[in-house]
Design a protein around this ligand. Structure first.
Ligand SMILES: C[S@@+](CC[C@H](N)C(=O)[O-])C[C@H]1O[C@@H](n2cnc3c(N)ncnc32)[C@H](O)[C@@H]1O
Length: 304
């Protein structure tokens, strides 16, 4: 199943590992174009229910068109999952999916500013109805803050050099478009450092959408509304995300009490069981059909 909006990544694997009860309640925290949700609904009976969350209204419009009436959709950030779900269901969930990152639609829609392939306003917000755009963020950041942001979220070794160039340009001619920003980065690093442009865009996107804080709050919230025996499936796309997912899973499968100091960690009873020992990655066939799946890592944990 391919879609102009977004091709779901590791769809077969996700659904096989996620859906254990055809009559159950499932939450897709990142419904996007409804790709994974459609696969989930195919495995559910007429009694099964799906709650789809996305912070992007354009995604919800698409999902509304492709999903049937067993799906209820909600415009929200997934950090808010526990409160949001209360409005739909008093029962805990049988399974929860988080397919992190951006959709193809977000990357390919000229007006969203996610890609430097187009000359667009430098926006990068997933929820275009609120928050700060990347252009506004650049206006506010000091040189130190910008360097930190590019180093931490873009993992670029040229962070200082790039930040200096952006900062200098910002002071003379504010950067408001994607191509303007890409030009400054291109001119600030040697031609061999072509990866710096996507890295800086990634860093800005993570900051504008508070992606790391969202992920941490989303994992905690998802765990709190999951049934014992229910599963949490997370697909991550870069090491910053995957690291947080791994740490969260370890805190459930091998919890420790460090109350008397880190030197004497006391093992506690696990509250989760890892279903995948190693992350699942796309097959060669999927990589060929959908190159955007290349960095995907799928991990699954079951609540005890
Ligand atoms: C990779 S896409 C999901 C695609 C979807 N699984 C599909 O198959 O169509 C990620 C989606 O998650 C949404 N998203 C990212 N972070 C979010 C958050 N913190 N809260 C809610 N939605 C979020 C994005 O707006 C985007 O639509």
């Amino acid at each position: 199943m391919t879609s102009k909006f977004h091709d779901p990544v590791l769809a077969t694997e996700t659904v096989e590992l996620l859906v254990t009860n055809p009559d159950g309640i499932y939450i897709d925290c990142t419904v996007g174009g409804g790709g994974h949700s459609r696969f989930i609904l195919e495995k559910l009976s007429q009694n099964g229910r799906l709650i789809g969350i996305d912070r992007d209204e354009e995604a919800l419009t698409e999902a509304r068109n492709v999903l049937d009436n067993r799906a209820q959709l909600l415009h929200s950030a997934f950090s808010n999952i526990a409160a949001a779900i209360n409005d739909f269901s008093s029962d805990p969930a049988d399974g929860i999916l988080m397919d992190l990152g951006v959709s193809s639609h977000q990357l390919d829609a000229e007006h969203r500013g996610f890609s430097y392939r187009f000359d667009s306003p430098l926006d990068l917000r997933m929820d275009a109805s609120k928050g700060t755009t990347a252009a506004d963020l650049l206006k506010r950041l000091s040189l130190e803050e910008l360097t930190d942001l590019i180093r931490t979220y873009g993992e670029d070794s040229q962070a200082r050099r790039i930040a200096k160039a952006i900062h200098a340009e910002q002071n003379s001619r504010p950067i408001t478009t994607t191509t303007h920003l890409a030009d400054i980065i291109r001119r600030s690093v040697p031609a061999t450092q072509h990866k710096s442009i996507p890295r800086v865009f990634q860093a800005l996107r993570i900051a504008v959408n508070a992606e790391m804080a969202e992920l941490e709050a989303g994992l905690i919230g998802a765990w709190s509304v999951l049934k014992p025996g229910g599963r949490l499936v997370v697909i991550s796309y870069h090491s910053l995300e995957d690291r947080r997912v791994k740490l969260f899973f370890s805190s459930k499968t091998s919890p420790t009490d460090s109350a008397i100091g880190p030197a004497a960690l006391i093992p506690l009873k696990p509250t989760g069981k890892r279903i995948t020992r190693k992350p699942i990655t796309p097959s060669d066939r999927e990589l060929k059909l959908n190159p955007r799946s290349r960095s995907a890592k799928l991990r699954v944990i079951e609540k005890l």
